[in-house]
Design a protein around this ligand. Structure first.
Ligand code: G4P
Length: 191
């Protein structure tokens, strides 16, 4: 998605060869117009996938996932990273290890919000190692639903998540697939 890639080049910053800072428009301050266009682009790419629901992982996936859901005319479900004490019945959980944060958390879904008839499109801001995406997929499939696809706003193609998801047979779309970050330069895989 050209507009997104130009925005990353203009306002993003490669902190080092592994971490891309995009907090001025994606995951701290949010540009709603860009999010709207991201939602339209995901909706276009997954139009034929029979999507009945969008799922995302809190917190930074919520903005692009909401816009995608709005565009596709379906509901959006937030997979939680912690359990509220008032949530006890009918919850599904799986452990996810975050390499970035070097800690594990319990990804949580109230099963009533995803049913066996659903075809779920998973949307997230970053795809890195794929741990969060595979955790989300485990929960959604445990609820009996099928995965219609996985959409990442930014995928770091030099980390294993993108390849692992495709090898596992999931349809993955990355709007900005980053091939390499070197000496402050950001290079995209599809340029
Ligand atoms: P994985 O799920 O793909 O295996 O990745 P990992 O656990 O390593 O990533 C965990 C968190 O780090 C995620 O946010 C993800 O969005 C973020 N992240 C990964 N790579 C980058 C990067 O290059 N730049 C930035 N800015 N973030 C990155 P999170 O902890 O779930 O936080 P949030 O969604 O609550 O903001």
């Amino acid at each position: 998605m050209e507009e997104l890639k130009q925005r990353i080049l203009r306002d993003g910053r490669a902190l080092n060869s592994e971490v891309l800072l995009v907090d001025s428009f994606l995951n701290h301050q949010v540009d709603p117009r860009l999010m709207q266009k991201i939602g339209m682009e995901f909706a276009r790419r997954f139009r034929e996938a029979g999507v009945t629901k969008i799922a995302t992982i809190e917190a930074s996936g919520i903005a692009p996932a909401t816009m995608t859901a709005l565009e596709m005319g379906v509901s959006m479900v937030i997979l939680k990273k912690s359990v509220s004490s008032i949530l006890s019945e009918g919850i599904l959980q799986t452990e996810v290890f975050s390499f970035t944060k070097n800690k594990a958390y319990q990804l949580t879904l109230k099963s009533q919000f995803i049913s066996p008839e659903d075809r779920v499109l998973l949307i997230d801001d970053f795809l890195a190692n794929g741990e969060a995406a595979f955790g989300a997929i485990r929960l959604i499939e445990r609820a009996g639903a099928r995965i219609a696809g996985v959409g990442a706003v930014i995928a770091k193609a030099f980390q294993p998540g993108l390849e692992k998801l495709r090898k596992a047979g999931y349809a993955v779309e990355a709007l900005a697939p980053v091939r390499e970050m070197r000496e402050g330069r950001i290079l995209f895989a599809d340029d």
